[in-house]
Write a protein that binds this ligand. Structure first.
Ligand code: TSB
Ligand code: ZN
Length: 641
């Protein structure tokens, strides 16, 4: 007999070799039906795996946060089995579950799988589901494992990477066996609502020097409704992808002639960027920041001194030489701001000093990672470096965080979660003063706790110069990306020998806080385009209002008056006096998502009125022109959402 302890502290005895499924069934048939796996002492157990030790149990039901990944991981195996049946020479790389489903990397060792084949594979999967094959776990020592996968290059490599002496687990369903840590759903019959989505290329182990495999993506759910919902979201995403909307609204283009990851901002896109810049400038001015401007080309010395050249060079474009001097395109502005600080003698009374700049910088990002405006190689960051005394660190980090919070809220965005990025002392890319790291990391933890901010710690994600608080948002496309950042740095002040005169007249070192307010214009724009689905609030909209006369002969003069008056007041307004049908002009204004459409007919002309329709509403509202004027001016000036 073994003793099983339940989460409420209850202890029950079971036969040795009992399974999670049987334990669930002993509680209630309903629980048995809902359960998909379990944790025994924290280790994932399949439903049918025999339990042979005493332990704490946590039953994973379909609603548990890990249930989705178990189902999707199992579906990846199911797909591989189906692929193997249809492409008997196929070998397989890795096949994990991911945030919204799963993928499996396949080499057919013959004709590649085409988009049209996905249907066939799905059908085969359905057949395997019908066969109700148990997914059974088996364990082998490493040498036996290698033997049973002899000739399979990828699995052999994966097994070889596991530590010697390790017991390796396998899962078998029908004729198909796969190397796998588990856990699984127990039987193929539980996999019912899935869809294969796409095929992409992926290098074996992510290395461009290796052969390319085919990566098949899919998604799998516990109910028909959940699957249908998810597929609907995927369809909608295609419509709101910023790359598509950005093109339709003529905001930006990425053309091969300009270079990968080097977008061209078109006039309408630039309007948005300038509005955002005005907003940021004002916000920072009120928060006590001073604005500076420094060049995007700098001496290599700057980056050798800072440590970027040693620790960040992979992300930099190569240096160039002129007249015996070496230059680099800057990937960050920190060194320049250190120099700005050094242009004067500083006293403890001058601190904190907060230098802000919208910094154009270049980073070498792998071409496979480039994504529209979301991840680019030329970017302009809403950057700042704060020079503070040690006793000011906490207040300044908190204030920087709060300013970020405000900006994110003003722009209608939402924080998904906050990450505290720490170093991993085993990795070489971090500077190596343990004491500085420990102090900085502990301080950041304290600050977040004092602010009652929930956060997750991420080892190995810090900047080479210090820990970061990274503020993550989720894009409409479902990726999580870093929007804002506050970073604590004791290193660069040493490297650049920064000082201030302390109260007693001696020299002290300031501390630097790096702060990215709302990311780069590029990334921010990608998020906003998707968030607003191209329909920007009027303060950001490239065209804020459009006047459409019903008839050019009768209504043009009054239309022109409205246009000129608002134009002179700074409203981005257009007058559509083309000889086109009224319906056509209205539809076009709609597709351009112009916030205010003003249609001018007899009634408007005679009584000095405007009739407007706000984008997204079907209602037509008629008001005195003067009232409309104050309304739209107020809305723009106060950046109403
Ligand atoms: C905040 N030196 C600091 C600065 O002072 C710094 O550069 N930090 S950073 O490396 O984390 O980058 C700041 C922000 O730039 C990130 O939080 C992210 O929002 C944005 N960013 C980084 N790489 C890219 C990229 N390739 N494309 C678009 N935006 C990017
Ligand atoms: Zn910086």
């Amino acid at each position: 007999m073994i003793k099983i302890t339940f989460p409420d502290g209850n202890i029950k005895e079971f036969e040795n070799g009992v399974s999670v499924e049987m334990i669930a069934g002993s509680i209630s048939p309903g629980l048995k039906k809902q359960s998909v796996a379990g944790y025994i002492n924290g280790e994932l157990y399949d439903l049918n795996r025999p339990i042979e030790i005493d332990g704490d149990i946590e039953i994973i039901t379909k609603k548990h946060k890990d249930a989705f990944s178990i189902l999707n991981h199992s579906t990846a195996h199911l797909m591989a089995q189906a692929v193997k049946r249809l492409f008997p020479d196929a070998t397989f790389g890795v096949g994990p579950d991911i945030a919204e489903g799963f993928y499996y990397d396949v080499n057919t060792n013959g004709e590649p799988i085409r988009e049209e084949d996905l249907k066939r594979i799905e059908k085969e999967m359905t057949r395997l589901v019908g066969a109700a094959l148990p997914m059974e776990r088996k364990e082998l020592p490493k040498d036996k494992a290698l033997e049973s996968f002899k000739g399979d290059k990828y699995k052999t490599e994966l097994i070889n990477d596991l530590p010697d002496g390790e017991i390796i687990s396998f899962y078998t369903q029908g004729e198909f066996t796969d190397l796998c840590r588990g856990g699984h759903i127990g039987n193929t019959k539980h996999i019912r609502f899935f869809k294969l989505l796409s095929i992409a290329g992926a290098y074996w182990r992510g290395d461009v020097n290796n052969e390319q495999l085919q990566r098949i993506y899919g998604t799998s759910w516990y109910t028909k409704e959940d699957l249908a919902n998810h597929l609907k979201i995927l369809e909608e995403r295609k419509l709101y992808d910023h790359r598509k909307v950005g093109k339709e609204l003529r905001l930006f283009e990425i053309v091969p002639d300009a270079g990968q990851g080097l977008p061209l901002l078109l006039p309408k896109g630039y309007v948005i960027r300038r509005e955002l810049e005005n907003y940021v400038y004002e916000l920072e001015r009120k928060a006590g920041y001073l604005h500076v401007s420094t060049p995007m080309l700098g001496t290599k010395w700057l980056y050798e001194t800072s440590g970027h050249w040693a620790n960040y060079r992979d992300n930099m474009f190569p240096s160039m030489e002129r007249d015996g001097e070496e230059f680099v395109l800057r990937p960050m502005s920190c060194p320049h701001h250190m120099l700005v600080y050094k242009t004067d003698l500083r006293s403890y009374r001058d601190l904190p000093i907060r230098y802000a700049e919208v910094v154009t910088q270049h980073r070498y990002e792998a071409s496979g990672a480039l994504t529209g405006l979301e991840r680019v190689r030329a970017m302009t960051l809403t950057d700042a470096h704060l020079f503070v005394r040690p006793d000011q660190i906490k207040d300044e980090v908190k204030a920087a965080y709060n300013l970020i919070y405000q900006a994110i809220d003003d722009l209608g965005l939402e924080i998904e979660y906050v990450e505290l990025a720490l170093r991993d002392s085993k990795k070489g890319k971090f500077h190596d003063d343990d004491k500085l790291w420990d102090t900085a990391e502990e301080m950041m933890r304290e600050i977040l706790n004092e602010m009652n901010v929930e956060f997750v710690e991420m080892k190995g994600e810090a900047a080479f110069y210090g820990p970061k608080i990274d503020i993550q948002v989720k894009t409409m496309m479902g990726h999580t990306i870093t929007m804002s950042t506050v970073q604590l740095d004791f290193l660069l002040p040493i490297r650049f020998d920064l000082n201030y005169i302390a109260e007693g007249g001696h020299k002290e070192r300031p501390v630097v806080i790096h702060r990215g307010l709302i990311s780069t214009w590029e990334r921010l724009m990608s998020i906003l385009v998707e968030q607003y689905r191209g329909a920007f609030p009027s303060w950001l909209a490239p065209v804020q209002a459009i006047v459409i006369p019903v008839s050019n002969e009768v209504h043009l003069e009054y239309s022109n008056k409205i246009f000129e008056e608002l134009f002179d007041l700074g409203v981005r307004i257009e007058l559509d006096k083309r000889e086109e049908k009224l319906g056509y002009k209205i539809r076009e204004a709609q597709t351009q998502k112009v916030p205010y459409q003003l249609v001018v007919g007899d009634n408007e002309v005679q009584k000095d009125l405007v009739t407007y329709r706000k984008y997204g509403s079907n209602e037509q509202v008629t008001v005195a022109f003067s009232d409309f004027k104050s309304m739209i001016l107020d809305e723009i000036k106060n950046r109403r959402k």
